[in-house]
Design a protein around this ligand. Sequence first.
Ligand SMILES: *Cc1c(COP(=O)(O)O)cnc(C)c1O
Length: 469
Amino acid sequence: MNNLEPSQQERRLLQDAIGRYAENFLEKNPELQAYIAEGYDKKEGDHFFEIDGQQYSIEELLQFIGDRVDKPGLNPASGGHLGYIPGGGIYTSALGDYLADVTNRYAGVFYASPGAVRMENALIDWVGREVIGFKKGFGGNITSGGSMANVIALSTAKIARNIKSRDLENMVIYTTSQSHHSIQKAIRLTGMDECIIRLIETDNHFRIDTDILKRQIEIDRGSRLQPFMIIANAGSTDVGAIDDLESLAQISSFEGMWLHVDGAYGGFFLLTEEGREKLKGIEKADSVILDPHKGMFLPYGTGMVLVKNMKDLMKANDYQASYMQDADAWHDEISPADVSPELSRNFRGMRMWLPLKLHGIQPFVDALNEKLELTRYFCEEVQKLGFKLGNQPDLSVAIYRYKAKDEKTTEQINRQILDLIHQDGTVFISSTNVNKKFWLRIAILSFRTHKREIDQLLALLKKGVELYA
Ligand SMILES: *Cc1c(COP(=O)(O)O)cnc(C)c1O
């Protein structure tokens, strides 16, 4: 195709081919494997990946993509994906991306696209006000994911509190071993790895022990250190643990600290009654992150950061540039570029707004409730097979293991069971290491996961026990 602007007829052919591919994928998806362990090694024909300056037909390309991209490894579109934190991939969001990309509205500044910016701000308003429960005056940004949202939140905390490099070595950040590794990255990227980082002990629910925390803060004050920030989990990745946010908010506010809450996995459970109960206090945080590409089932590429005080977010990201002077006249809506490190970026609002307007909110609530229900079902059934649970799940992540006579045999059996499941591929689970012990882990968050997939996993676990225990 020589022309970068294909004709209407060419567009139709391209769309037909891609439409057929997508339809075929979606129709077959319920029977596709969640994981394919083969295809990792380089294959003959893989030079096709390379950019060689030649022109190929869409059919040739789709055939290659189908074989070498959409096959090996994990299939996150499968309802059998029960590992890590499953992503989503709702179809209406993909259509939103298509629309946003074709029109290519510039969603960075209000002046360039008032509609795109209003749409993003309406989403931030909904999440901040309705989902989290922030009062007026908060701000936010739609990011590429939770990791970037953490970076924005932590850099905002640092800048809002006027922290200088020379202050860092006396400042203390408190969190637990349950925190996601993107928190460590954000701490490093913001230069705050020079602070003292205290991993506070957790209770038997993997929640931060608030008594130990209080005592530690007192000790640190006594040593003329400056307690600065508490980083809490609203659903940890490992076991889905939710810290006592109400107590942490109290401590943080009493001590004049910054409370950051990582709700990348758990945040959208706020849409359910059960989640709202368990995440109480989140509205008192100074900053919160959530991942619509997890709990709202969007395709990968959408996270969110919310900051209680918009002024803090502005202070950290505001800028002035002479070549942007035409945009400065508009101040009735906040522009994403004023509250994030990014300027030009994809129009992220559409992929979230379109599904919410097409489906309403209730189907999302129902799907999240189903995940909580399935988790309870799994936990009951897996114990009947002789597995021990490592946690009473707060949300939809559980760890479990088959216990043999000693630790070494236990680990060996569970590794064999994991391998059996990976080789089979009908469903996919991951493992983790908690308190220096090997655990199997289930995370239920795909909108396509139903009882069928949980039963498939249970059948494989049963087979594993029969073979190896
Ligand atoms: C997934 C996750 C992150 C990181 O988010 P990405 O969207 O993968 O960048 C951070 N914290 C928690 C608790 C998570 O589950």
